[in-house]
Design a protein around this ligand. Structure first.
Ligand code: FAD
Length: 246
């Protein structure tokens, strides 16, 4: 009998990222009650919902004048699946974020790798910090797909060879590339999420443009859609005030 790799050990290739909102206590009311304690003290919870227009105005005022702390009394936990190079960038966001990522020491890493699809612009123009990306040629697209897949397969085979020889996972994983998918829980609040979105998304309403890598922006866009559903007034005020975190 010959040894054939199990199906789940055959490399697979993905061009998407996924974001699932797994847990939350986040609403516009959380901002209002925190802000109104300034003026109505312990009674602030009772003030909620009394005057929707005033509430909207208060959230907008807090955002505009960068009174940031009322936007911290909420919590969102996301399960994110993305390539390791995205997580390297993601974890630079230190303040108001908690992370737990799957371990390459305690479990065998699955062979799921990132290969961009045709919508991913491949060619970079312009100066550092202000890049512009343009479509690649068909030849470049084919090259990227072929070279990435070959190289991922080779790296994963080397990983498997070492594991089969009894080498520890934490040693063998050195050969795996940053295009390998990982997963993590990331917990934040609206203020830390806005800071992240201001830096990691491009948007026509942004007062301070940013030039993020497309793949972390894809994660940001999915998180933003979940957050906008939970806190529509806060999200609208963020956009109306140039997408600068308060
Ligand atoms: C387009 C882009 C390109 C980038 N390129 C590079 C790169 O080439 N190389 C690289 O190393 N990084 C790069 N980064 C990462 C960047 O430098 C930040 O580490 C990352 O964006 C997180 O931002 P932050 O520190 O504001 O966030 P957080 O760590 O969440 O901090 C939030 C805020 O808290 C305050 N704060 C946090 N820590 C401190 C501190 N120690 N002292 C004082 N104030 C603090 C600051 O006001 C900060 O803005 C890039 C980021 C972007 C968006």
């Amino acid at each position: 009998m010959t040894d054939t790799p199990a199906d789940d050990l055959k490399p697979s290739f993905r061009s998407d990222v996924t974001v699932e909102l797994v847990k939350h206590t986040a609403s516009d009311a959380d901002v209002l009650f925190a802000a109104r304690v300034s003026t109505v003290g312990e009674q602030s919870l009772e003030e909620l919902g009394k005057d929707p227009e005033r509430s909207k105005g208060l959230i907008n005022y807090l955002m505009r004048d960068r009174h940031g702390s009322p936007f911290e009394h909420n919590s969102m936990t996301f399960l994110i699946s993305a390539p390791i190079f995205v997580f390297r960038e993601f974890m630079r966001h230190r303040v108001g974020w908690s992370y737990n990522e799957e371990s390459g020491r305690y479990r065998e890493l699955e062979p799921v790798f990132y290969v961009p699809d045709a919508s991913r612009k491949l060619v970079q123009e312009g100066r550092p910090g202000k890049y512009r990306f343009v479509e690649g040629t068909q030849g470049q697209q084919e090259l990227v797909g072929r070279v990435m897949e070959d190289s991922y397969r080779q790296a994963y085979e080397a990983y498997q060879e070492m594991l089969a020889a009894g080498v520890a996972r934490e040693v063998a994983r050195s050969v795996l590339p940053v295009g390998l998918f990982s997963s993590m829980y990331a917990t934040c609040n609206a203020r830390s999420l806005m800071h992240f979105l201001g830096l990691r998304t491009q948007h026509e309403l942004a007062k301070v443009p940013s030039f993020p890598q497309r793949e972390i922006e894809m994660v940001g866009e999915l998180m933003e859609a979940e957050w906008a559903r939970l806190m529509p007034l806060t999200h609208a005020a963020f956009n109306a005030n140039g997408r600068v975190a308060p």
